[in-house]
Design a protein around this ligand. Structure first.
Ligand code: CA2
Length: 146
């Protein structure tokens, strides 16, 4: 059976492709999900894909991944810069975690320069647009040995 990878997306990413295309591009989250499923299949990974605007739901998805998933890809969106609770949840996950940011947060406001999540990430992909999700899956496949 293919190893499961859980892909998590934080608040407002449901609006991807619908607002601020100059920052986040024109691809919708549904298109990102389709790309992830295609790339995942090529890499022999089974993809679970979620988005939530609620911090507790993201924590619940991380707890769910503990029982089933071999790896996590997470774009925590604004929770990146605020959430010790998501950091604590990720600490309980044994497998590799790749953090993704669509935009180059280091070219943006100073409050986006710090990530709580990076402390538990095996790798961080920043500023590669939505292509960053495919890069993250390629890296996870290597780390998991899929
Ligand atoms: O660059 C990224 O992927 C971010 O995680 C996106 C977050 C932002 O708070 C982080 O600093 C960097 C914001 C996600 C909001 O997504 C939108 C998409 C389209 C239109 C409006 C918001």
């Amino acid at each position: 059976m293919s190893p499961i990878v859980t892909i998590l997306n934080g608040p407002n990413l449901n609006l991807l492709g619908k607002r601020e295309p100059e920052i986040y591009g024109r691809e919708t989250l549904a298109e990102v999900e389709a790309d992830c499923r295609r790339v995942g299949a090529e890499l022999g990974l089974s993809i679970e894909f979620h988005q939530s605007n609620r911090e507790y739901e993201i924590i619940d998805f991380i707890h769910g991944a503990r029982e089933r998933a071999a790896g996590i890809v997470i774009n925590p969106a604004a929770f990146t810069h605020t959430s010790v609770a998501i950091l604590d949840a990720l600490h309980t996950f044994a497998g590799p975690i790749i953090e993704v940011h669509i935009s180059n947060v280091h070219k943006r406001e100073a409050f986006r320069h710090h990530s709580f999540v990076s402390a538990v990430a095996s790798g961080v992909i920043i500023g590669c647009g939505t292509q960053g999700y495919a890069f993250a899956l390629q890296r996870l496949a290597k780390l998991i040995g899929a």
